[in-house]
Ligand binder design. Structure first.
Ligand code: FE
Length: 235
């Protein structure tokens, strides 16, 4: 028998994986980035076959990744983690440069980056496992702590999107789901599935406990993905 809560005990960092083929750039937020060898230094990334980025990495034979810090912008995580490069230009307004492999290297919200050339690709069913040799890397900010998947889940209340290798269906886990009462309104972000609980407010944005959804300021956005109020639906 599989207890799906065990899956949350496996720890990860959070990364921005990016690639470019001709004029098309793509990128996504990944927790499955891991070093597989030291000499030469190679990294593995697991990318859903439906992701636009998988297509771009296959064609370009290269990818870059940036290590996200704890102060990572929710707008950046929202755009790269929950939207498709097929629909929006995720790089608009983002500080990046083109690395040696031709991949766009994002500097915003990043502590460090790696530029990698794909050396092996494995088909693992729903995902492609790309192995890439790092040919360049550098630090961006030294003083910020790397964002861990645990911090993202526990503190920022974020979730893995459906295409992530570590996605777990909520129905399979017995989480302490908040109760809907006349005092406690629950509103769910349709983009990242963050739930706004009126009893708790939103401490990240300075919204006091007890604030009803209708009383949130018009410019309030989802603390996880930056979606505006119109993307919320009441549970
Ligand atoms: Fe959201």
């Amino acid at each position: 028998m599989i207890n799906f809560e065990t899956f949350f005990k496996v720890s990860y960092g959070l990364y921005l994986v990016t690639a470019k083929y001709k004029d098309t750039k793509a990128g996504y937020v990944a927790n499955t980035v891991f070093q597989v060898t030291s000499n030469p230094p190679k990294f593995g990334i697991s990318c859903n076959k439906d992701n636009f980025s998988a297509e771009i990495i296959k064609k370009s034979g290269a990818f870059a990744f940036s290590v996200l810090g704890e102060q990572a912008s929710t707008g950046l995580i929202g755009d790269f983690g929950y939207r498709s490069s097929r629909e929006i230009d995720k790089f608009k307004g983002v500080n990046f440069f083109i690395g040696e492999t031709g991949s766009p290297v994002v500097l915003d919200s990043s502590l460090a980056w790696f530029d990698c050339k794909v050396t092996e690709t494995f088909d693992v069913g729903s995902h492609l496992l790309f192995i890439g040799e790092a040919i360049a890397s550098d630090l961006v900010k030294k003083e910020i702590k790397p964002l861990t998947y645990n911090y993202y889940r526990e503190v920022m209340k974020g979730f893995s999107p459906k295409n992530a290798p570590t996605y777990v269906d909520k129905a399979l886990i017995q989480e302490n789901l908040p109760l809907i009462t006349s005092e406690n309104e629950l509103w769910q972000c349709q983009l990242c599935h963050f739930t706004y609980e009126s009893e708790k407010g939103d401490p990240i944005s300075g919204i006091a406990p007890g604030t009803k959804f209708a009383d949130l300021p018009d410019d309030w956005t989802c603390p996880i993905c930056g979606a505006d109020k119109s993307l919320f639906e009441r549970d």
